[in-house]
Design a protein around this ligand. Structure first.
Ligand code: ADP
Length: 374
């Protein structure tokens, strides 16, 4: 096997975990990230500091590689198209990244391809929202929103002032029972696999994702439906690589797609310990023309994001780690970010266990014990 020179746009925690898998295949991994202290810097074969949105930076970075992928979708897709024209292999394909960068284009794609999703209309800005809204509705920025920052629930006319004054979507509010996610992969040969459905558990008061677990507590019928929607999506896109599909399970038991990400995803971290193949290895298999690995569950697992504690900014200090490390079936992943800030993703902890009750207990202990302070 020739040594693969893999270029990755983005050098954060997803890239770092991708390197861990790439080492098993003896790949040479090059990383591009705007942050001189990005988590991948100490581990990449070559680390380049530069702007992922800049055409020349991305083209020059890609020149040294034969296969190029992403760990973040906010990149210069024109540059990726130029690299493709030069004969480089680029996965996911640039036109798919471009489609997904725009939430309006994403929603139109679902509608055009019979993928179930909540109804929506396109809006040009706040006055358009005011003219078209009925309540409750959800206003989303077409571009550049992430981690909920481009999403605004509008409950009544009093909320119009919170609407984004920029092009976007106005979509029906989904009164969901659960949020679930399916990670699906497709290789160039057209083989498709899905990981078992992940369930997101929200904190009842804070309305933040508290932890995720898999397999989800849903019926077999619902799980099959979620998986078949994810397969239909990746096939209709014709995408090569890994696609994370976030969905709502409504109170009536139907499944609606919320959004997709063409890359490894937070909702798949538990696959490192919980499944035969991790999402990171699966992505590499998919883009390197290898057979996809088994996605079967080795163990029920839950994953807690380790967020910077409120009130602390600076060099991170991990409090409570000894107690956590003494527990069985607990796996700590620290991302190596140089500065902690309130709610910044500093790491994650996966726990495995034989029963849901044991997972829950371990999650509670991790959450109450392990803190990132400064
Ligand atoms: P981001 O890309 O920032 O993650 P999402 O589109 O995933 O944004 O929305 C963030 C969260 O907002 C979702 O996880 C969900 O809890 C809520 N949300 C988004 N769209 C809707 C909707 N149509 N109805 C109800 N809640 C929604």
């Amino acid at each position: 096997m020739n040594k693969v020179k893999l270029g990755v746009l983005g050098g954060g925690q997803l890239g770092k975990m991708l390197i861990q898998s790439a080492m098993n295949f003896d790949m040479e991994v090059h990383m591009l990230d705007p942050d001189a202290e990005a988590p991948c810097k100490p581990y990449a074969h070559q680390f380049v500091q530069g702007d992922l949105k800049d055409y020349d930076t991305v083209v020059n970075f890609g020149a040294a590689c034969d296969l190029i992928t992403i760990e973040i979708e906010n990149v210069n897709t024109e540059a990726l198209k130029a690299l493709e024209k030069q004969g480089k292999r680029v996965f996911p394909q640039p036109h798919i990244i471009e489609l997904i960068q725009n939430k309006v284009a994403q929603k139109k794609f679902y509608k055009a391809n019979g993928i179930p999703t909540s109804d929506f209309i396109e809006v040009s800005g706040r006055s358009d929202v005011a003219a078209k809204a009925h309540f409750p509705m959800v206003n989303k920025l077409a571009r550049d929103g992430y981690d909920g920052r481009g999403v605004q629930v509008l409950r009544s006319a009093f909320d119009i002032e919170k609407a984004f004054d920029a092009p976007g979507l106005l979509e029906n509010f989904v009164d969901f029972d659960k949020e679930i996610a399916v990670i699906v992969a497709r290789n160039e040969q057209g083989q498709v696999t899905t990981f078992p459905v992940t369930e997101l558990v929200f904190h009842p008061e804070a309305n933040l994702v508290e932890y995720l677990f898999a397999p989800a507590h849903i019926t077999d019928h619902q799980a099959k439906e979620a998986e078949s929607i994810a397969c239909a999506l990746i096939e209709k896109l014709g995408m090569v690589g890994l696609l994370a599909v976030e969905m709502f399970l409504t109170k009536e038991g139907t499944i609606l797609v919320n959004e997709i990400a063409p890359r490894t995803h937070n909702s798949g971290h538990h696959t490192i310990e919980g499944n035969i193949t991790s999402q990171f290895e699966q992505h590499l298999r998919a883009i390197c023309q290898m057979p996809l690995g088994s996605t079967a569950t080795r163990s029920m697992a839950a994953m807690v994001n380790l967020l910077g504690e409120e009130g602390y900014t600076g060099t991170p200090i991990l409090a409570g780690i000894e107690e956590i490390m003494a527990m069985e079936g607990v796996f700590v992943h620290l991302y190596g970010k140089k500065v902690t800030k309130p709610f910044r993703k500093m790491g994650h902890v996966t726990v495995i266990g034989d029963t849901f009750a044991s997972l829950r207990d371990k999650v509670e202990r991790v959450k109450s014990t392990l803190k990132v302070i400064a």
